[in-house]
Design a protein around this ligand. Structure first.
Ligand code: PAF
Length: 286
């Protein structure tokens, strides 16, 4: 596995790849866990060369404290990546990614109007800045993203298509701890008590999925807004958890739905504070 710190090291390495192959790419912010590793393994199944970037992107943080606290475990990350089948790790400095301030404002197709968008102003524009910059540098044929970041995935698909990047966006299922908590780099910031409370989030999401599937979205099924309240109540019944939002949305437009007939695919998305740590999760309902 080759480790590149600079753009010139990266382009030299990419130039050594055979011309007729498609590169797999997994962008990350490091602090890797089995969720990231599942993306790398999937990429290694599909592609001979797998580039993983580790870059804590400052432009997607709207809170400086969150940026400072973001866990950094680069040495351990590299060991995990080598085992998982990555062939190149790109660990650029901020200067390499942003030699000048990135002023670009992206069309995100209004997919940032709901959910995380209004709660983290500028976040998705920052994601678009770094992902397009990395796509320009790595020029991947395939790029892999986790379904845990459901809204991010929809937004990346949107701008990659709109800007005509010749890359196939591959989505991979959320990886969970044995107690159901979605894997996230932020989990390592949880206190023992909050860690013990956090699996209640997934339990509440599963309950919503059980209600919608058992009632087959019939008239007996609570309306989406009502079900969102039931889920929020369930999560908030644990005094260590506080929902920021629970939204039941059209899985394509991400707009909250008022009825189950309004969309063919419906997803429940939530953000929950466990103490100071903000966790997100989602569940398909239709
Ligand atoms: O999902 C993440 O870890 C980040 O948002 C990404 C896609 C690596 C961009 O910094």
């Amino acid at each position: 596995m080759t480790i590149c710190y600079t753009l010139s090291q990266l382009s030299e390495t990419l130039a050594s790849f055979p011309k007729d192959i498609q590169t797999g790419f997994v962008p990350t912010m490091g602090a890797l866990h089995e969720g990231h590793i599942s993306l790398v393994k999937r990429a290694a199944e599909d592609c001979r060369e797998v580039v993983v970037s580790i870059f804590v992107n400052p432009t997607q943080f709207n809170n400086l404290d969150d940026l400072a606290k973001y866990p950094r475990t680069v040495e351990q990350d590299c060991l995990m990546l080598e085992k998982a089948g990555a062939t190149v790790v790109f660990i650029p400095s901020e200067n390499e990614i942003y030699p000048q301030k990135d002023e670009r404002v992206f069309d995100l197709g209004e997919l940032d109007k709901y959910g995380e968008g209004p709660r983290r102003p500028g976040h998705f524009n920052g994601v678009a800045q770094v992902v397009t910059r990395l796509f320009d540098l790595v020029k991947p044929g395939y790029a892999y993203f986790g379904e845990k970041d459901f809204q991010q995935l929809a937004i990346i698909r949107y701008f990659a298509a709109k800007l005509k990047y010749p890359v196939k966006i591959v989505s991979c299922p959320t990886v969970r701890e044995s107690d159901g908590l979605a894997m996230s780099s932020r989990n390592m910031l949880l206190s023992a008590d909050h860690r013990a409370a956090a699996p209640s989030i997934y339990k509440a999401l599963k309950k919503a999925a059980d209600i919608t599937s058992a009632q087959n979205l019939s008239l007996n099924c609570p309306a989406p807004e009502e079900l969102a309240e039931i889920v929020a109540g369930e999560i908030n019944s644990n005094p260590l958890l506080k929902t920021e939002y629970v939204e039941i949305v059209n899985a394509i437009t991400l707009k909250p739905v008022k009825s189950w007939e309004e969309a063919d695919e419906i997803q429940l998305c939530t953000a929950v504070f466990a103490g100071k740590v903000r966790l997100i999760d989602n569940q398909k309902l239709k």
